[in-house]
Design a protein around this ligand. Structure first.
Ligand code: ATP
Ligand code: MG
Length: 394
């Protein structure tokens, strides 16, 4: 592999120059170098330095504490763009869940604690020099995810790396080196020790980025990650490709989890997803999945019943069947016109009804009946018509 000269953004260059002028080393590191070699779009390069977080904070006027404990300081460049500057680290203790890090390490030590060879390159932004002690560029070229050093040790240090290996393999359509894969399978029981939050972040990121969701799910099953965290996925294996793999933009991890798992609410709870995400899954389950018919009334009623879940259900339909759901145009037209769909959209309020002497349980019943009428025929949604209807309700 020939190592290209990279175009380094002004802000990164400025920061590197300042660090080096003060006698420190500054290197670009991390996944964005991998992405650059793969010639895929990526955000700015992370900077690794021999300066300690203190020294970084002293050197730059505008910094933000991003992860001081782990050695990361956010530095704002002249255009107020944030760059992550992280002190070279080595692990002093690992327990499979988190690492205790020490500063005062060399670049080589810092690279050697990284997970995969494809993520363990460094590039000197000023000299245009590459450091690739683990032949990551060759693995990028041959599309292989390979642990840095002894794979069994590396997974034991941090079991999340098992899920990360799969995420990168699925995202780039890389294979996983056999020794790395065997070690990952052998270490899978350790996945149970991870926090639900880290597993969830990895699962969500993987769903967002995988080329093929089917491939991702199969890897989770085969490595033993499904049985540790999302056994519901095991049902998916039998009907390989039973859904259409969605394009990477427009991926939604909550909808995808609902597509893949019979009980997405239980899965999302287990993964400590946000309450709003759990509620979205519950609303999709409740449905109904689709309008009873493709006439305006049916679609209006369906929109009224499913409320905020309408878009999620439409996406779910797309994933299951491919293409837009047949009610798409009708729903768009209903929304464009702003047809009333909720009690709040009615042209009268509860107060107006109370003024007519309608109170107590009768009030709610009346509002419900009026909404039914309006869903059937939006043109009756005027104060006069609704009040007349209210008076004449049986
Ligand atoms: P992404 O595009 O998903 O951000 P990335 O490679 O940048 O991919 P990050 O999670 O942002 O991944 O981490 C940045 C870098 O830090 C990685 O490239 C890798 O070198 C290192 N790294 C991150 N997490 C771990 C880990 N759990 N163990 C070892 N090294 C890690
Ligand atoms: Mg990153």
């Amino acid at each position: 592999m020939t190592f290209p000269k990279l175009e380094i953004p002004e802000g990164v260059l400025d920061i590197a120059q300042k660090l080096e002028a003060a006698g420190f080393e500054a290197w670009c590191v991390g996944g964005n170098l991998r992405d650059a070699l793969l010639q895929i779009p990526h955000s700015d390069y992370d900077i690794a330095t021999s300066a300690t977080p203190d020294q970084v904070q002293k050197l730059f006027p505008r910094t933000i504490e991003v992860g001081i404990k782990y050695g990361t300081v956010g530095v704002l460049d002249r255009s107020r763009v944030l760059h992550e500057v992280t002190t070279f680290r080595r692990d002093v203790a690992t327990d499979g869940r988190h690492a205790v890090v020490a500063f005062g390490a060399s670049l080589e030590e810092d690279l050697s604690r990284r997970d995969f060879t494809i993520n363990a390159l460094a590039y000197h932004p000023l000299r245009g020099e590459w450091k690739d002690p683990f032949n990551g560029a060759a693995d990028i070229e041959s599309h292989v995810v390979r642990a840095v050093g002894n794979p069994a040790d590396r997974f034991r240090e941090d079991y999340l790396r098992i899920l990360r290996a799969i995420r990168f393999a699925a995202r780039f359509d890389f294979s996983i080196d056999p020794a790395t894969w065997e070690a990952a399978r052998a270490a899978a029981a350790g996945l149970q020790q991870l926090s639900a939050e880290r597993v969830r972040d990895e699962w969500f990121k993987s769903l967002r980025t995988a080329r093929s969701i089917t491939q991702l799910v199969l890897l989770w099953i085969h490595v033993g990650a499904a049985s540790a965290w999302i056994r519901e996925l095991e049902g998916v294996a039998g009907f390989d490709n039973a859904f259409s793999d969605p394009p990477v933009d427009g991926r939604d991890p909550v909808v995808l989890t609902t597509l893949l798992c019979r009980d997405p609410v239980a899965v999302l709870r287990r993964l400590k997803a946000a309450n709003a995400e759990i509620a979205r899954a519950a609303a999709m389950l409740k449905g109904p999945e689709e309008p009873r018919g493709l006439d305006e009334r049916s679609v209006r009623r369906w929109l009224a019943v499913v409320g905020a879940a309408a878009d999620d259900l439409a996406l779910l339909w797309r994933l299951r069947h491919g293409g837009d759901p047949p009610w798409t145009a009708i729903a768009a037209e209903i929304r464009r016109r702003g047809d009333p769909l909720t009690r709040g959209d009615l042209a009268i309020t509860g107060g107006d009804l109370q003024a007519l002497g309608i109170t107590g349980p009768r009030l709610g019943e009346t509002l419900a009946a009026l909404l039914e009428r309006v869903l059937d025929d939006p043109s009756v949604n005027t104060p006069e018509s609704l009040l007349t209807l209210a008076r004449n309700l049986p």
